[in-house]
Design a protein around this ligand. Structure first.
Ligand SMILES: CCCCCCCCCCCCCCCCCC(=O)SCCNC(=O)CCNC(=O)[C@H](O)C(C)(C)COP(=O)(O)OP(=O)(O)OC[C@H]1O[C@@H](n2cnc3c(N)ncnc32)[C@H](O)[C@@H]1OP(=O)(O)O
Ligand SMILES: NC(=O)C1=CN([C@@H]2O[C@H](COP(=O)(O)OP(=O)(O)OC[C@H]3O[C@@H](n4cnc5c(N)ncnc54)[C@H](OP(=O)(O)O)[C@@H]3O)[C@@H](O)[C@H]2O)C=CC1
Length: 515
């Protein structure tokens, strides 16, 4: 019997960010392994014209939850969506709902955050710092609370090279920042933001670091743990391989590469590609929740959910495998044949951007204009290049994350728990994982049918022929111009022609002799 699964039985669990990528996989696993849990409270806001109930309905009826419905048929009754907007100071939760949350909650998983790299400082602080403080305040009023699990990111201290499982102080106190944002106006905030974030690459990682400090400062006598995942990728095994649901991180770039838009990337091929499957992160979260509640460590423990030091893979290997998968399982209606040129050199990268990205987009837009259609490729290309440039920081560096606490926890688990809540990334086969990942992007993000693969392959063949034709025509035009204008080019041309002629004459003469 799994001790972790048994621990969550009969419990009331509060999850923030349950409608997000990590949150959905967390809920799925909880319902599947502990169907006898009492209730999962989720803090949700209405979004995109959908009510809370519609959002929950959509999640529970998605493919991700198919297995859950078999194990826990009354899953609808065990999920309680509570209206909350974490960007409001009191979350906007009603009095009755607040009362229920305060009196019943046993475990909190705090996943909600703004993960946009370019968010405004005000919004990012509100969500990643102030909301965390507010939730801790609520937690301190929960008599039945056994554990509070805060999800941070392995990159919250990416200004360091070696990162231990400890909370590092930030140069400016989070409280000072929260207070000053109350009276500063937006224009001034955006002006001081670069000075505040110093050597952090973006507002997201900076505010996640501030969030950790808040956890440390406001922990009171709560049982708290922090989990720091690196780049969270598609599911590895559970509930099935390759599940993804948003275009964040690698997903958007895989789409852009598979569709032939993005053919070169400023990336250091040998840098560690620290991806971690989302189900691995979730298994660690559930194990940490159990350990924190049952063993009550004296201080706040930090757990790294990373792959780099246990089972490293680099961007070169990843790129090669992604391309190999595109050959086997191509995406439909590609713009160009997929290709991945990784270069860490600035000049080469600029060159590829001009030749491989901007030029084809401009040519295609001209073609659209000439055929009376609206040009769109340049705009799309600019967006893809902007996203790629925002991710550049993370694909041109390697970090060392120590994993003592994560390994300690692994050794504390029973063999059954190690199997059911497996977070041992050493068992991950990267080639298999990446293939399933790309397949998952095709199936679950792009919603492409597998029956379309032969047509997609035919399309790629046509693109290859167009590519050869285009290159040959371009070469001939350039060469013709050169010959017309340069004596040296004419000399080279004469040399090549006479060499070929001599070679052919020799070949003909020797074959006549043999006969
Ligand atoms: C062979 C090649 C091999 C490839 C190898 C892969 C390499 C992977 C490298 C990955 C490195 C990732 C590092 C992350 C590290 C930090 C870890 C965390 O904690 S981070 C935590 C995770 N956080 C992150 O990862 C956040 C990172 N992302 C961001 O912060 C922002 O997206 C942005 C600032 C980069 C661009 O903002 P902006 O320009 O405003 O663009 P919006 O986003 O607003 O999108 C606008 C619309 O376009 C849509 N769409 C977009 N892309 C694609 C696509 N490719 N396709 C289709 N659609 C796409 C999008 O859905 C939206 O549609 P709609 O809703 O309007 O209908
Ligand atoms: N994905 C990754 O690569 C990594 C993620 N992490 C961390 O993991 C956690 C989860 O990330 P992930 O699932 O990928 O992110 P998502 O963007 O998929 O999910 C974010 C969640 O937060 C919720 N949320 C955002 N703003 C509000 C708000 N104002 N009120 C209520 N809820 C809100 C979203 O709700 P809604 O659906 O309404 O928008 C959503 O449920 C985050 O803390 C992130 O920092 C750490 C490392 C890497």
């Amino acid at each position: 019997m799994s001790m972790i699964a048994a621990f969550y039985g009969g419990k009331s669990i509060l999850i923030t960010g349950a409608t997000g990528f990590l949150g959905k996989v967390l809920m799925e696993k909880l319902f599947r392994t502990s169907p006898d849990l009492k209730v999962i409270y989720i803090l949700v806001r209405p979004k995109a014209g959908q009510t809370l109930q519609q959002r929950v309905f959509q999640i529970l009826n998605s493919k991700l939850f198919e297995k859950v419905k078999e194990v826990c048929p009354n899953v609808h009754e065990k999920i309680r969506a509570i209206y909350a907007d974490l960007s409001q100071n009191d979350f906007g939760i009603s009095k009755e709902d607040m009362q229920e949350l305060l009196s019943c909650t046993n475990v909190i998983f705090h996943c909600a955050a703004t993960v946009r790299f370019d968010d405004t400082l005000r919004h990012a602080v509100q969500l990643n710092v102030t909301a965390t403080r507010q939730l801790l305040l609520m937690a301190s009023q929960m008599p039945k609370l056994e554990a509070f699990i805060h999800i941070s990111t392995a990159y919250s201290n990416c200004n360091l090279k070696h990162i231990d499982e400890v909370i590092y102080p930030c140069p400016v106190e989070p409280k000072k920042i929260i207070d000053s944002l109350e009276w500063l106006d937006d224009a001034i905030i955006e002006e001081i933001a670069p000075k505040l974030i110093r050597d952090w690459p973006n507002i997201y990682t900076y505010t996640k670091a501030l969030g950790e400090m808040v956890v440390q400062q406001e922990s009171r006598n709560l049982n708290i743990a922090i989990i720091r995942p690196s780049i969270v990728g598609a599911t590895w095994q559970e509930p099935f391989p390759g599940w993804v649901d948003n275009v964040n991180g690698p997903n958007g770039l895989i789409i852009a590469a598979g569709k032939g838009f993005l053919r070169a990337l400023k990336a250091t091929p040998k840098a560690v590609a620290d991806l971690i499957p989302v189900d691995t992160v979730v298994n660690l979260m559930l194990a940490v929740g159990w350990y924190t509640a049952v063993h009550r460590p004296k201080s706040t423990l930090v757990y790294h959910s990373t792959s780099g030091n246990l089972n490293p893979c680099n961007w070169h290997k990843m790129g090669v495998q992604v391309l190999a998968t595109f050959e086997k399982i191509p995406f439909e209606r590609a713009f160009r044949r997929p290709y991945a040129n990784f270069t860490s050199n600035n000049f080469t990268s600029q060159y590829w951007n001009a030749v491989s990205h901007r030029a084809p987009a401009i040519i295609y837009d001209c073609y659209l204009r000439l055929t009376g259609r609206k040009p769109r490729m340049t705009k799309l290309m600019n967006q893809i290049l902007r996203t790629a440039s925002m991710l550049e920081y993370f694909i041109n560096r390697s970090w060392e994350w120590s994993t003592y606490n994560t390994e300690m926890l692994m050794s504390e688990l029973s063999p059954e728990d190690q199997r059911v809540f497996n977070f041992d990334v050493r068992q991950l086969n990267w080639l298999e994982y990446i293939e399933n990942y790309v397949l998952g992007v095709k199936k679950y993000l792009l919603k492409e049918d597998m029956a379309g693969i032969p047509e997609a392959k035919q399309h790629l063949k046509r693109l290859r022929n167009i590519h050869y034709l285009f290159n040959t025509a371009l070469f001939l035009i350039v060469w013709r111009l050169l010959i017309a204008r340069s004596q040296m080019a004419r000399n080279v041309w004469f040399f090549i022609v006479s060499f070929c002629y001599k070679f052919l004459s020799y070949f003909r003469a020797s074959s006549t002799l043999k006969v």
